[in-house]
Design a protein around this ligand. Structure first.
Ligand code: ADP
Ligand code: G6P
Length: 489
């Protein structure tokens, strides 16, 4: 085994994330089927090849019995996955509670729970304890499977305590932590009751990575302002120990999408879609049904566009594919009803007996259908209120080399920093501005579309998930070597 950086030592990569790339569905006492999980973390990590990797995480189900646990462990082993079993109460307090009702909205600038979410704030302490307990359970599994020389790569806001737990087990473990969401301004982070404990736990890692330089900067200022530590160009220093902090912008496996376009199933879907929407321009939104994605804002902007451009009625359709996510969290349930209500109202207002302006699907599409949709789209709409990176925008660009459609992209998505020159950037809160951008995109001359697409396509095809992982792991190896040299001096 040779590592991608050319060094020939054998090194295993233990990827630790809350979510495994597959989620389990029980079919019998000891039989399971495995389905692809959704989300950018899974998409990016599945695009990483060339490492001898094991993936440790939660399979998305409660498995209280030993027979079920053994059968699921075996089924997952074939995919090089190792499960962490979390019981219902932990999932409720750690995953639905602390991770998705507190950290997720806070890191996306939606603030801490208010009003009806206040009940959650009162149970904050118990949720935080469950969060620490769950992180310790992940650490136990990592520790059990760890072999000397392994690289342990922890992922995302679910596992901020993991670096600390792992280093307590073994201070020689090489531990990296990467955040897939934004890291907010230190003024936002400091509102979190457990602000210091979380920062200190992350700082136990050797290398801490973010999608953008801004997120890394916010993290370093949180450490300096809240913990009083010293920020340096390399990272954060605490009593002579340096935690390296840097930006590693994620990417996709662009070739997988480009190759898929030439396959028969995708070509068949493309043909069907072209026939179905003949004579109309296709606009597309693909998101998890999450409050950070700005789906209501996107649909209201489309309504505004229809209001002000009657010449486009019957000539354009918006396809919004929104896979349900975190459905046990009340905020997500409310969002689903809100989106359905708005879509129903607009379709009632602008629809005819034969056509509606918005097709909204609450479901996940398989890979071939998704590629075909991206390929036939004239305008993609990404209106995240905040988003770590947003890989949907990358996937759209990868599938557009024939059509050269236009990307309307929120300036609050990390991707705005990489695709900003090719996309039309918008403030998703400004519905009028988004409506004007829709008109601009639909009317854009071919020459300008080509120029913008070239820029984005070059970026997406060169800044891949593979490159992202290689850079992170190689930086982690170097950081540890440098730290060892420093302590010897
Ligand atoms: P996030 O990580 O917040 O979900 P990203 O845009 O980075 O956002 O990644 C989303 C991933 O999930 C992409 O790979 C996208 O293809 C996939 N995805 C999102 N919604 C759907 C859907 N409705 N059907 C199929 N895949 C989806
Ligand atoms: C985002 C997060 C991931 C998460 C994914 C899907 O991409 O950064 O950590 O896996 O959303 O959310 P879920 O809660 O279903 O894992």
């Amino acid at each position: 085994f040779e590592r991608p950086d050319g060094r020939s030592s054998r090194q295993r990569l233990l990827v630790v994330a809350n979510r495994l790339p597959v989620s389990a569905v029980r079919r019998g006492e000891d039989s399971w089927s495995l389905e692809m999980s959704s989300g950018g973390l899974v998409t990016a990590l599945l695009g990483v090849k060339g490492f001898e990797a094991r993936w440790i995480g939660w399979a998305g189900v409660n498995v209280p019995d030993e027979i079920g646990q053994r059968a699921l462990t075996d089924a997952l082993a074939q995919k090089k996955c190792i499960p962490v079993f979390l019981d219902e109460e932990i999932v409720h307090q750690y995953y639905n509670g602390y991770c998705n009702n507190i950290l997720w909205p806070l890191f996306h600038y939606l603030g801490l729970p208010q009003e009806d979410r206040l009940a959650t704030t009162r149970s904050f302490q118990s949720q935080f304890c469950a969060y620490q307990k769950a992180n310790k359970m992940f650490a136990d599994v990592v520790n059990k499977h760890y072999e000397e020389g392994d690289v342990v790569w922890c992922h995302d806001y679910h596992l901020m305590f993991l670096p600390k737990c792992l280093k307590e087990y073994n201070s020689d473990m090489k531990v990296g932590w990467f955040l897939h969401t934004p890291f907010p301004s230190s003024e936002i982070h400091r509102t979190l009751p457990s602000r210091s404990e979380l920062l200190r736990a992350v700082l136990a890692a050797d290398l801490v990575g973010f999608h953008t330089y801004d997120y890394a900067r916010h993290f370093v200022s949180a450490c300096t302002r809240i913990l009083g530590l010293e920020g340096t160009p390399e990272g954060v220093e605490d009593q002579g120990r340096l935690t390296r902090v840097a930006a590693f912008p994620i990417g996709i496996d662009a070739d997988r999408f480009i190759r898929a376009l030439d396959t028969q199933p995708v070509q068949d879907h493309i043909k069907e879609l072209k026939e179905r929407f003949a004579g109309r321009k296709v606009m597309l939104g693909v998101d998890r049904l999450d409050m950070i994605k700005g789906i209501p804002q996107k649909i209201l902007a489309f309504e505004k566009f229809l209001e002000e451009n009657s010449n486009w009625h019957d000539k354009v359709v918006l396809l919004q594919i929104a896979v349900p996510t975190r459905t046990d969290v009340p905020e997500y349930q409310k969002l689903t009803s809100q989106v359905h209500e708005i879509v129903g109202r607009i379709n009632g207002r602008f629809g005819t007996l034969t056509a509606v302006p918005i097709h909204h699907l609450d479901r996940s599409l398989d890979f071939h259908k998704l590629c075909a949709l991206y390929a036939v789209t004239d305008v993609a709409l990404v209106t995240s209120l905040r988003d770590g990176m947003n890989l949907v925008s990358y996937e759209f660009v990868a599938c557009q080399d024939s059509k050269k459609g236009v990307l309307i992209l929120s300036e609050f998505a990390g991707a705005a920093q990489s695709l900003g020159a090719g996309a039309i950037l918008v403030n998703p809160w400004n519905i009028t501005e988004v409506a004007v951008s829709i008109a601009q995109a639909l009317n854009m001359p071919a020459e300008e579309r080509e120029k913008r697409h070239r820029h984005n396509y070059a970026h997406v095809t060169t800044h891949t998930a593979q490159e992202w992982a290689e850079m992170f792991v190689s930086e982690l190896n170097d950081t540890v070597v440098e730290a060892q040299l420093r302590t010897r001096q």
